[in-house]
Design a protein around this ligand. Structure first.
Ligand SMILES: [Zn+2]
Length: 67
């Protein structure tokens, strides 16, 4: 039996497919990402925060060097 992957619409074998109804782990993650996109946004925000903190501590270090 074959099913259509909801992500890429490719026909995939249902039997012995660990990612069903998806064709691959990638498509499964893409679909999960669709509803978990809020979470991804938070992650992105955290990365921004981290970058800000890092650049600020870098700035502080430079200011200390000048003093
Ligand atoms: Zn797919």
């Amino acid at each position: 039996m074959k099913v259509k992957c909801p992500t890429c619409k490719k026909k995939v074998e249902w039997k012995d497919n660990p990612y069903r109804p998806f064709c691959s782990e990638r498509c499964k993650l893409i679909d999960l990402g669709a509803w978990a996109s809020g979470e991804y946004k938070i992650e992105g925000k955290l990365e921004d925060e981290l970058e800000k903190i890092l650049s600020e501590s870098e700035k502080e270090r430079k200011e200390k060097d000048n003093a």
